[in-house]
Design a protein around this ligand. Structure first.
Ligand SMILES: C[S@@+](CC[C@H](N)C(=O)[O-])C[C@H]1O[C@@H](n2cnc3c(N)ncnc32)[C@H](O)[C@@H]1O
Length: 196
């Protein structure tokens, strides 16, 4: 698996940050503390650091953290904390922004409710969540089978943000390629929501 992710980080190196992250970060008057869950090679974390944010990057793959550290200046690295752990067992501080791009659906299904509760509890007042969740028709959801990724219907996805203000919500569904060039059906919800 580590080799797989290392190849994924290489394939995506140099790509711009995810639009959900950019959308959320622009809504803050000033940089604060961001937690990036499943930070990978730092596609979102590096631009946050560049913009003056303090960043806690959580990923169980150390090679992603190494790529991120290699991509930032010493001053930026001074604002970076890396946690090499599974999202479901990681602890992180109260944050202004919790970002998770294309990573949350990869936590074990049984752990998702706890992870989501922790994300909500650790958002500062007025803090934001940005990231992706998968829909049930995504190939990787495997029709809801136990070994598929965590998937939510559109309604269930919207319910996750109960009590928050949804600032951006887009459903994407099409046949396409993975970053490694394999065919798949994508069914994704792109989300940004603000805590009260
Ligand atoms: C599809 S990549 C996305 C990386 C990055 N967020 C981006 O948008 O480019 C998913 C990342 O989540 C990490 N990951 C997957 N499941 C995880 C888990 N349960 N705990 C921690 N990291 C996990 C992988 O190591 C990988 O870096």
């Amino acid at each position: 698996m580590s080799d797989d992710w290392a190849r994924y980080y290489q394939a995506l190196a140099g790509r711009p940050p995810r639009p959900t992250l950019v959308y959320a970060a622009r809504r803050f008057a000033r940089p604060g503390l961001a937690v990036d869950l499943g930070s990978g090679g730092g596609r979102d974390a590096a631009p946050l650091l560049r913009a003056g944010w303090h960043v806690v990057a959580v990923d169980r793959e150390g090679s992603g953290h190494a790529a991120l550290r290699a991509a930032v200046t010493p001053a930026e690295a001074g604002r970076l904390t890396t946690i090499e752990a599974a999202i479901e067992s990681a602890d992180w501080p109260i944050a202004d922004l919790v970002n998770s791009s294309f990573a949350l659906p990869l936590v074990p299904k049984a752990a998702f409710p706890l992870v989501w509760r922790r994300i909500r509890e650790r958002l500062a007042p007025g803090g934001r969540f940005s990231g992706q969740l998968y829909g049930p028709r995504d190939s990787w959801a495997k029709g809801g089978s136990p070994d598929g990724v965590v998937a939510h219907s559109r309604e269930a996805c919207l319910r996750l943000f109960h009590g928050m203000t949804i600032e951006f919500f887009e459903e994407e569904e099409h046949d396409g390629l993975t970053p490694k060039g394999r065919q798949k059906h994508w069914h994704i919800f792109h989300c940004v929501a603000r805590a009260p």
